[in-house]
Design a protein. Structure first.
Length: 466
């Protein structure tokens, strides 16, 4: 128990992400059953909507599990990067890399089980609260709704398994830690060394292009059948996996470009060059926010495009979609609330990785203090660097999310009766403003505490720390 509590504290963000994933999946199963019942009560002559809702639930659950696994793997990779010297010392006294990796996998299993159980409870309670409030304000008709079913246990089990698998994947760097790393600061690959990894980079590009091609097929199939969404889902996962795999090449270049907007002061130039000097660190720090922003934008654009397509179809064939307005409002409202889970994942990933990023750089910041940088300059550099990281992540996430959201809506309902065919994506401009403002606020909050802690340490203490 004495060893378990510190481990759980260190992995608090991973537990939260696992809990969100489980709550998301359990809630979706319950909410989808509720929406299906509402459609039947409204006596809408459209079996397509009921069929589509089931697809939406399945797609969102898969997305939640995939995103949770990515964020967890990224968090474990960040934690491992901060433990390199400790792991190397253990290797020096006889521990093997496989033993260390198994220990990390056990941590992942603990995180997954604890988070999944907590999320499962929340996921059961959330629809109860949602229906109570909806009935009270007149948005949801009263009725005997079922809040528990056996399929709701599947997301709980899946989250525990994917978190364990993600911890195993995120800990792969343990295999490259040698006992000699204990004798000095283990360095990370430079941008030039990352670029030279041609096999990895080509694999990332192939996966990305293959995913985009499958997405295009999903959009085309979606013009005749909602089954296109399953093809699009596979393509979207492949496409984004290519982005994640190539993040250490993509994000530093985006950071350098965006960093020019922050001026040419010494602290701004240093913050900009840090992004390129340590591409792996930059990628780990930004990819959590990229995932969150992409997910939020995908859901928002999908919901807005979904609404636009159904409105257009209703105008073309009003008889088929008589009474659809009420159901459409309920559907959009419910899934707008569920987007809050995506926002939490983005916030958790960003705050956790920014904090770990600063706290793991004690020696680097101590060296800057020893070279003459003041505590104010260090804090300013961290704030500018964090702003650059969040700005780049928001831009990349908005672009990817708009594309994936448009493809999702087209592959899902592009072929319903009366639909106008392939349409341009509907992008809610308010969303962009909210995401940019929230990212700016989170950047400021996330950088304050760790930067204060880092600047309280004297240069001598920082340079002698691990």
């Amino acid at each position: 128990m004495t060893k378990l509590l510190p481990a759980l504290r260190e992995h608090a963000s991973s537990i939260l992400v696992a809990g969100l994933g489980a709550a998301f999946g359990v809630s979706l199963i319950s909410v989808t059953a509720m929406l299906t019942q509402i459609i039947r009560q409204a006596d809408i002559n459209s079996e397509s909507l009921t069929f589509i809702l089931s697809f939406i639930a399945a797609v969102f659950i898969i997305i939640a599990l995939y995103v949770g696994a990515l964020v967890t793997a990224n968090t474990f990779a960040t934690i491992i990067a901060g433990r390199v010297r400790t792991i190397a010392l253990l290797r020096l006294i006889g521990s093997s890399a496989s033993m260390q990796r198994r220990a990390i996998a056990r941590e992942g299993l603990t995180v997954g089980v604890v988070g999944a159980l907590m999320g499962g409870v929340v996921g059961i309670l959330f629809p109860v609260l949602l229906v109570s409030v909806g009935v009270e304000i007149g948005m949801i008709p009263p009725g005997p709704y079922s809040y528990f079913s056996v399929p709701m246990l599947l997301p709980v089990a899946a989250v525990a398994l994917t978190t364990t698998a993600a911890s195993w994947a995120g800990s792969r760097r343990v295999l490259s830690v040698s006992p000699m790393d204990a004798l000095g600061a283990a360095g990370e690959l430079s941008l030039g060394e990352q670029t030279a990894r041609r096999t990895r980079n080509r694999t990332a590009l192939i996966i990305f292009l293959l995913g985009d091609g499958i997405l295009a097929v999903g959009v085309l199939v979606g013009q005749t059948s909602p089954l296109g969404v399953l093809i699009g889902l596979a393509g979207g996962i492949l496409s984004f996996s290519g982005i994640v795999l190539g993040a250490s090449i993509i994000m530093p270049r985006a950071l350098r470009l965006i960093g020019r907007a922050f001026g040419r002061s010494p602290t701004a130039r240093l913050a900009r060059e840090n992004a390129v000097r340590y591409p792996e660190r930059s990628a780990r720090t930004t990819i959590g926010l990229v995932i969150g922003v992409t997910l939020i934008t995908t859901f928002a654009v999908t919901a807005a495009s979904y609404q636009s397509i159904i409105k257009a179809a209703q105008t073309a064939q009003p008889g088929i979609y008589q009474g659809v307005d009420e159901v459409l409002e309920v559907t959009v409202a419910v899934f707008s609330v569920l987007m809050g889970f995506s926002a939490l994942i983005a916030a958790v990933g960003m705050v956790n990785n920014l904090s770990l990023n600063v706290l793991q750089r004690t020696r680097e910041l101590g060296l800057l203090r020893a070279l003459g940088f003041t505590a104010h300059q260090i804090r300013q550099m961290i704030l500018i660097e964090s702003a650059q990281l969040s700005s780049a992540a928001v831009v990349v996430g908005l672009v990817l999310g708009t594309f994936y959201g448009w493809a999702g809506a087209q592959s899902l309902i592009g072929g319903i009766p009366g639909a106008p065919g392939i349409m341009l994506p509907t992008v809610p401009l308010v969303l962009i403003i909210v995401i940019a403002s929230a990212a700016a606020a989170l950047t400021a909050v996330a950088s304050i505490a760790p930067s204060r802690r880092a600047t309280r340490i004297t240069p001598v203490e920082a340079l002698t720390s691990a």
